[in-house]
Design a protein around this ligand. Structure first.
Ligand code: NAP
Length: 293
């Protein structure tokens, strides 16, 4: 990867600057009001990818000066036990944000767990109250990944009004909130998915193309409109030489980078932004709940 090309978006550097800013805000909250924002992260089971994500999130929380409260539970934890923990965290005044790492084991009723998180502490923004508020334009907690994507897009495009945006993927955690954010920014938004006809042509209409499908390198260079901003949310592990593996996105980077006006690499693009936005959401939740908004 040619990291020096000006059209490559350095998500890591952007996220580091954001995290530094949030650390300063945490320090100010402490100094002025004696408050330390608290983020509770719940991990159930031993999914290796989830363990890495949780370690990353708790490390960053500590670096920012916030209080990280990690709950590691066995894979056999029941829905009822998890609901009891959520109720405890909802009632704990020192906890400003609650994050339950997904996926949960198959026997756990994941929707019931997400629904049980107090919406004002839902720093992942997955609760239907927050999803609904986002869609009707009310103040809410916005899912971290699309929030980070929006920041990267705005950093490259001063005025989004009237631009064609295509969001590839319609999941509740990425695609749908991403489309809502772009709509809120006055883009003309198309949501594409597995039943969309002539996907390459739909993608070629995009001034802003966000790919969140979970299909390694599916978006080819000739799907990209020259000059478009391409945000690659995908994280896919694929085989590499010598029995190793490597991470690739949903976009064929080597092809798309020759056409795009700006593009995020994988890794080093959207991923670090997700963690930085989690810190931002925890600060926001803390300020709102404690009356310092
Ligand atoms: P998801 O829930 O599996 O949703 C995938 C979406 O892509 C679905 O809407 C699906 O369409 C659509 N899709 C799948 N195959 C397609 C195809 N061949 N053509 C067109 N559309 C297709 O995935 P997700 O949770 O949104 O995650 C998407 C990717 O982003 C994954 O690689 C994930 O690891 C990554 N991710 C990264 C971050 C980060 O921090 N960077 C955060 C979250 C997710 P249907 O609805 O029609 O099935």
């Amino acid at each position: 990867m040619t990291a020096s090309r000006p059209n490559i978006i350095d998500g890591k550097a952007f996220a580091d600057r954001l995290a530094q800013r949030y650390a300063g805000e945490v320090a100010a909250l402490k100094a002025k009001h004696g408050i330390t924002p608290g983020l509770a992260v719940v991990l159930v089971g031993e999914n290796p990818a989830s363990q890495v994500y949780v370690r990353n999130k708790t490390n960053q929380t500590a670096v920012s000066g916030m209080r990280g409260i990690k709950h590691t539970l066995s894979a056999s934890t029941t829905t009822q036990q998890l609901l009891e923990l959520i109720a405890q965290l909802n009632a704990d005044n020192e906890v400003d944000g609650i994050l339950v790492q997904l996926p949960l084991p198959a026997h756990v009723d994941a929707p019931a767990i997400l629904d049980a998180i107090a919406p004002e502490k839902d720093v992942d923004g997955f609760h239907y109250v927050n999803a609904g508020k986002l869609s009707v334009g009310r103040e809410s907690l916005v899912p971290c990944t699309p929030l980070g994507c929006e920041m990267l897009i705005r950093d490259r495009v001063a005025d989004l009004a009237g631009l064609n945006a295509v969001v590839l993927g319609r999941s509740n955690i990425v695609g749908k909130p991403m489309a809502q954010l772009l709509l809120r920014a006055d883009c003309t938004v198309t949501m594409a998915h597995s039943k969309t006809r002539d996907l390459p042509a739909v993608c070629r209409s995009a001034d802003i193309l966000v790919a969140a499908v979970g299909r390694p390198q599916m978006v080819r260079g000739d799907w990209v409109k020259p000059g478009a901003v391409v945000i690659d949310v995908g994280i896919n592990r694929v085989p590499a030489p010598e029995g190793k593996t490597r991470l690739v996105g949903d976009v064929n980077f080597d092809e798309a980078v020759r056409v795009a006006g700006a593009i995020t690499p994988v890794p080093g693009g959207v991923g670090p932004m997700t963690v930085a936005c989690l810190l931002g959401n925890t600060l926001t939740a803390c300020r709102r709940r404690r009356g310092f908004a």
